[in-house]
Design a binder for this molecule. Structure first.
Ligand SMILES: [Zn+2]
Length: 425
């Protein structure tokens, strides 16, 4: 009897300790993806596109005569989903969860723009890491408020936060929400804090999945959804979103089954020191040796496994990877779903929609130089054309041999990318 009790105590203790260490489900998720031939091919295609953009960025930075191109802050429309909260729940609970979602958006806006308050810690430890500089992605995340997907019951002006209606039955993609940066918050047990695809596809309605106890920031929280120490500062989303934007773990080995110093440079990024294993808890900066003497493990990096309070930075190398990947998926994000939409003036319309593969694209403003790209829900490009010194306000486009389904028409000018959904019947 005593032994049985001891075992129960040990078991409960073990479960408790699991939740105290960061564990991310990205690699397990990617094993599933890579075991599916279609998904694997799509993944490899995304990485090939990424490599082209990545090389462009590296070449530009290596050019001593370069004039930095003006950066337009990219706006990313967000939708947050609580599939396990019934839609019949009280408005009080729903409002609490909407506020929790906003608290999380505030964290990623700070972290991805390197304006988080604890980034000041870097100045006191950076001498351990010569050649490492802070990365700033220059993006703005906003919960969508306009033109919500049909059938979601959300009205214009309300935030895109759903309850019990989407991403049901453990789904990690939902076509209703293609074109958004999705976050799904649900019970994932004690083992993992969350997961994301590596190099996610907004057009496919893919999502970052978050456990219930590490979404949002401390001071917020609602029944069943309380940010809990040591993962109560919203950094799990910062970490998982890094995967969605194609960042690997800083401790990733070239051999997926081992984390040691033997493999090639783990994350493929030059300015993150190669490390033998993940860092848990709150390591003293500069206290752990990296694989190459005299480098130290960058334990405060968002892509390690430190506690929320002890991770606070991306590197420039990581920023370059995310920027390159974002360049390949930027036109997959819906831009007409955000409130302060200064892109509206460059808007366009499509008719007829639905159509049989031939339609007219009507520009509202006279934009002379632009390109049009049309892609399917897997992100595969089915039409691409550039229009230079073009004065016509309309273009007739025919998609040759397009099978029926949802497509995205994206128009890119020098100051905007706008994407609209069409249905080919
Ligand atoms: Zn991870």
């Amino acid at each position: 009897m005593k032994i049985k009790l001891l075992l129960i105590v040990l078991f409960v203790g073990l479960q408790f300790s699991n939740a105290q260490q960061r564990t991310c489900g990205m690699e397990a998720h990617m094993e599933e993806v890579m075991a599916n031939p279609i998904q694997k091919a799509q993944y490899l295609e995304r990485q090939a596109k990424f490599q082209i953009e990545y090389q462009k960025i590296l070449d530009e930075q290596a050019n001593p005569n370069r004039v930095a191109s003006p950066q337009v802050t990219m706006k990313i429309p967000v939708a947050v989903h609580f599939p396990e909260v019934p839609n019949t729940s009280s408005e009080t609970l729903k409002n609490c969860l909407r506020n929790l979602a906003q608290s999380q958006i505030n964290v990623i806006n700070a972290d991805y723009n390197a304006v988080n308050s604890d980034i000041s810690n870097w100045s006191t430890v950076s001498f351990f890491y010569p050649g490492v500089n802070l990365g700033n992605l220059d993006v703005q995340f906003e919960i969508a408020t306009q033109n919500h997907p049909a059938g979601t019951g959300l009205s214009n002006g309300t935030v895109a936060v759903t309850f019990g209606t989407d991403f049901l039955n453990g789904a990690d993609s939902d076509f209703t929400w293609s074109g958004y940066m999705n976050f799904v918050v649900r019970d994932e047990g004690n083992q993992i804090l969350g997961y994301s695809p590596l190099a996610g596809t907004p057009a496919a309605g893919q999502t970052v999945v978050m456990n219930t106890f590490c979404f949002g920031s401390v001071g917020n929280g609602c029944s069943g959804y309380f940010p809990s120490a040591p993962f109560n500062l919203g950094r799990t989303v910062t970490h998982e979103l890094g995967h969605f934007f194609n960042l690997n773990h800083t401790f990733k080995s070239a051999n997926p089954n081992s984390t040691n110093c033997g493999g090639a440079d783990s994350d493929g990024i030059a300015d993150t020191p190669k490390q033998a294993a993940s860092t848990y808890g709150c390591a003293t900066p500069g206290s752990i040796s990296a694989c190459t003497f005299p480098e130290k493990v960058l334990s405060m990096n968002y892509m390690d496994y430190s506690d929320d309070a002890c991770m606070y930075m991306f590197t420039v190398g990581q920023k370059n990877v995310m920027q390159a990947y974002l360049n390949t998926i930027a036109n997959q994000f819906n831009q007409n779903v955000l409130a302060n939409d200064d892109l509206i003036k460059n808007n366009f319309s499509i008719s007829p929609n639905p159509n049989k593969g031939t339609f007219e694209l009507q520009l509202i403003d006279n934009v002379t130089n632009y390109s049009i790209q049309i892609f399917d829900t897997s992100g595969r490009v089915v039409f691409e054309n550039e229009y230079i010194q073009n004065t016509s306000l309309s273009q007739t486009i025919t998609l040759e041999a397009a099978s029926s389904g949802i497509y995205f028409v994206s128009i890119k000018s020098k100051d905007a990318i706008i994407t609209k959904k069409i249905i080919v019947e």
